[in-house]
Ligand binder design. Structure first.
Ligand code: LFR
Length: 475
C-alpha cells in the first residue's frame, strides 16, 4: 500500500480533474478520481467563469479522493493564469470572475500604455504582451460597479484555496502572469500597482511554490471526509508552471511545448531576459517553480480545433476527432496556414469561418472540408512551434536539441510528427497529465516524499510515463 497520498486539483479552460498521486520505489503513481467539464459562459454581462460550480466539483473530487485514499496529507491547486476574483471587505466574492477571452480590455490596453510605455512595462515584468494580461483586465474593471466594493484580488487558484482554507496567499508562478510582478525581484511592483490603480493592500503576499498555505477548514474536512490534518500546499499554481516542472527531461538543452488550449513554447532560464529584442519577439519571462524562469511564447493552441469542432456540432455536422486526424494526415504538406497566435482567434465562436477569412485575406487557398481545416490548424501550429523554438534558441543563446511536448497535444500523433518535421528536431511526447504531475511532485517534495532540484524530479516523471519519440523527416 502506498505511503502518503497527495491530491492534485488541476483545472483547465476546457475541463478539470482531481488526481491522487503517491511515490513508490522512485516512480510516481497517479489515479484520476474525478473529471468535470469547464468553459466560459456568455452572460448578459460578458464572458464569465462559473467559479462556484467549479468549487462544487472540487469538493466532489476531494470527497472521492478521501473515499479511495485514506492517507491523503496534502492537496494542491493549479488553473490557467491571468483571471481573478474580487472580494468585498467581508471576504465575499462580488461576482463571477470574467474570462480572459472577454474582449472588454481593448480600451484598457491604451490606458495602461498611456500611463507607462510598453518598453518600460516589459523591462519590469518581462511579460509577453497579451490583451488579457491581468493589468489590462483590472483597469477595465475600474469602470464597473464591482470595483467600488473590491477589497481583495485573488487569482483563481488562490480563490479556491481561500474557500478551502480561509487563508489568502498567492504564488510567484501565477502572480507573474499579472504584469504587476517585478520579474527580477519576484515580488509585486509598487510602480506597476500605481499604474494599475491597485492599492497594495488588495493583493496577498507572494509565496514560493511548496509553501504550506494552511490546513483545510473544519467545514471542508466534514464535507469531504479528508483527514483532519490535511493541508493545502501551494504549488506552481499557474498550470503551465506545473507542466514545465514535470517536463520529463533527463538531459539539458531541451525545449518544451505545453500543448493544450494554448501552446506554451520555450525553455527554462535561470534569470529573466528583459532585452528589447526579447520584447520585440514578444517572449515572456514567467516565474517557474524554484525561481526558474519560463522563457516562452504563448502561441495559439488546440483552441482553434476545439472551437471548430464545437461550431460544426452547432451546425449539425458532427465530426469524430480521430477520423478527422486520420484524414488530415493523408493530405499533402504545404497547404494554407494562419497565424495561430493572432488576436483575431482569441474570442469564441465561428472559428472555421474566421480561419477561412484569414486565408482569404492573406491570399491563400481556403480550407473547405473539416479535414482540410484540421490540417491547416495543425500545420499552422507546427510552423509557429518551429519559429518559437528558433527564436528562443537565439534570444537565450541556449541550444535546443530536442523538444518535449506535454499535455493534451502530446496525444496528437499528427501534430507531434509535424512538429518534429517543422523544427528538424526529435520530439518526445508525453506525459499528457504533466500539469498534475508537476503539481503532485512539488507537494511530494514539500512533504519529504521526494527530494532535490527539478533536475532530480524530472527523471521521476520520465521513469513513470510512457513517452513516444518522433524523428524529423529527412529533408
Ligand atoms: C494555459 C494558460 C497559459 C496562459 C493562458 C491564459 O492554460 O495558463 O499559460 O497564457 O492559459 O491564462
Amino acid at each position: 500500500s502506498p505511503g502518503p497520498v497527495f491530491g492534485a486539483v488541476d483545472i483547465g479552460a476546457s475541463g478539470g480533474r482531481v488526481i491522487a498521486g503517491w511515490i513508490d520505489d522512485g516512480t510516481i503513481h497517479t489515479d484520476v478520481v474525478h473529471r468535470f467539464g469547464n468553459g466560459p459562459s456568455e452572460t448578459a454581462d460578458g464572458l464569465r467563469w462559473d467559479i462556484r460550480g467549479l468549487y462544487a466539483e472540487v469538493i466532489t473530487g476531494l470527497g472521492r479522493l478521501a473515499e479511495c485514499y485514506p492517507r491523503v496529507i496534502s492537496i494542491g491547486i493549479d488553473t490557467w493564469a491571468v483571471d481573478y476574483g474580487l472580494l468585498d471587505a467581508a471576504g465575499e466574492l462580488i461576482e463571477d470572475p470574467h474570462c480572459y477571452r472577454d474582449p472588454r480590455t481593448e480600451a484598457a490596453v491604451d490606458t495602461v500604455h498611456d500611463r507607462i510605455d510598453p518598453a518600460a512595462l516589459y523591462a519590469i515584468t518581462g511579460l509577453q504582451f497579451l490583451p488579457f494580461n491581468t493589468i489590462y483586465q483590472l483597469v477595465a474593471e475600474q469602470s464597473c460597479p464591482a470595483w467600488e466594493r473590491a477589497a481583495t484580488i485573488l487569482m483563481l487558484p488562490d480563490l479556491l484555496a481561500y474557500w478551502l482554507t480561509g487563508e489568502q496567499g498567492t504564488d510567484v508562478t501565477n502572480a507573474s502572469s499579472t504584469a504587476l510582478l517585478d520579474a527580477t525581484a519576484r515580488d509585486w511592483s509598487a510602480e506597476l500597482l500605481k499604474v494599475a490603480g491597485v492599492d497594495p493592500g488588495m493583493l496577498p503576499a507572494v509565496q514560493a511554490a511548496g509553501t504550506i498555505r494552511g490546513p483545510l477548514s473544519a467545514e471542508v474536512i466534514k464535507q469531504t471526509g479528508l483527514p483532519a490534518e490535511t493541508v493545502l500546499t501551494s504549488v506552481g499554481s499557474h498550470d503551465t508552471a506545473s507542466a514545465v516542472a514535470a517536463v520529463p527531461a533527463t538531459e539539458p538543452n531541451f525545449g518544451y511545448i505545453s500543448s493544450g488550449t494554448w501552446s506554451l513554447v520555450g525553455i527554462e532560464t535561470p534569470e529573466p531576459i528583459l532585452t528589447e529584442d526579447s520584447r520585440a519577439a514578444n517572449f515572456t519571462n514567467e516565474g517557474g517553480v524554484d525561481r526558474r524562469i519560463r522563457y516562452l511564447r504563448n502561441e495559439g493552441g488546440l483552441w482553434l480545433l476545439q472551437e471548430s469542432l464545437r461550431q460544426w456540432q452547432l451546425d449539425g455536422t458532427d465530426h469524430d476527432l480521430d477520423q478527422l486526424l486520420a484524414e488530415a494526415a493523408t493530405l499533402a504538406a504545404g497547404g494554407p496556414t494562419v497565424d495561430v497566435g493572432a488576436d483575431e482567434f482569441i474570442a469564441p465562436g465561428g472559428m472555421p469561418e474566421r480561419i477561412a477569412a484569414a486565408c482569404r485575406r492573406d491570399g491563400r487557398p481556403e480550407p473547405r472540408t473539416a479535414a482540410e481545416f484540421t490540417r491547416c490548424i495543425l500545420d499552422s501550429l507546427a510552423i509557429a512551434y518551429d519559429a518559437t523554438v528558433q527564436a528562443a534558441e537565439q534570444l537565450a543563446g541556449q541550444p535546443i536539441e530536442r523538444v518535449h511536448v506535454v499535455g493534451g497535444g502530446s496525444q496528437n500523433a499528427l501534430l507531434c510528427q509535424l512538429t518534429a518535421d517543422a523544427t528538424g528536431r526529435p520530439v518526445i511526447a508525453g506525459p499528457v497529465e504533466a500539469t498534475a504531475l508537476g503539481n503532485l511532485l512539488v507537494q511530494a517534495r514539500a512533504h519529504g516524499a521526494v527530494a532535490g532540484a527539478l533536475e532530480d524530479l524530472r527523471p521521476i516523471v520520465a521513469a513513470s510515463s510512457t513517452l513516444t519519440r518522433y524523428e524529423p523527416a529527412a529533408s
